[in-house]
Design a protein around this ligand. Structure first.
Ligand SMILES: Cc1cc2nc3c(=O)[nH]c(=O)nc-3n(C[C@H](O)[C@H](O)[C@H](O)COP(=O)(O)O)c2cc1C
Length: 190
């Protein structure tokens, strides 16, 4: 029987260099268990997000957070594309928006800065032993109708505890068992 330790073994990034555990352990699972995520943990995650760097410190991000079982969760999960319906088992769905116009005018770095804020969210969550899976596959036009007019929906994030892979449906298991591939040459010293 396939166990969680097997999936963790597949995804624990093999590296001889001493990178932090949150980078070693993170992967984007499709099998979550619908368990409660405490408000305290959410507060810690978004406190980390607050300290994300941004161009001119404009902090052009905003997040709508919905716990599984709530009306908000129903609304966010109804936006998911067919291929992302596995996210309905996550403890929390988060809609990440960028703000491309503020008192200073247009912000060309808004999407970039939202991405940084999401990276902060992802790694702070991982430090607390939550897994995350980001998704571009949702209906952004419909999402736009749910949010403040200055907020541009850009990414959905499933956040939660890993499910028990012994009970995972076959298609999800096969997908999550696949080893993750990375390029090696991402920098050079010039
Ligand atoms: C902006 C963004 C959009 C993504 N959209 C989807 C998506 O719609 N569905 C999905 O299953 N995964 C999605 N992913 C997850 C990526 O496929 C995943 O991060 C990538 O394959 C690397 O795998 P890893 O996160 O496990 O290292 C998305 C990731 C990012 C950052």
């Amino acid at each position: 029987m396939f166990k969680n330790q097997d999936i963790l073994k597949i995804h624990e990034n093999k590296t001889s260099l001493s990178i932090s555990d949150c980078f070693k352990k993170r992967f984007s699972p499709k099998f979550f268990v619908n368990s409660n995520i405490s408000d305290d943990d959410l507060k810690i995650i978004f406190e980390a997000v607050r300290w994300t760097p941004s161009s001119y410190n404009r902090q052009p991000w905003y997040f709508y957070v919905a716990k599984n079982g709530s009306k908000g969760f129903e609304k966010l999960s109804s936006l998911l594309m067919q291929g992302n319906l596995w996210a309905k088992n996550a403890g929390v769905l988060i809609l990440g928006c960028y703000i491309n116009k503020d008192d200073y005018g247009e912000n060309a770095y808004a999407q970039y800065d939202l991405g940084q804020a999401v990276a902060t969210l992802v790694y702070q969550a991982q430090i607390l032993d939550y897994y995350t899976h980001q998704m571009g596959g949702f209906n952004k036009d419909k999402a736009k109708k749910l949010v403040d007019e200055n907020h541009q929906p850009w990414v959905m994030i499933a956040l939660g505890k890993l499910g028990d892979y012994a009970k995972a449906p076959n298609d999800i298991l096969e997908s999550d068992k696949k080893p993750r591939i990375r390029k090696n040459d991402v920098f050079e010293i010039i």
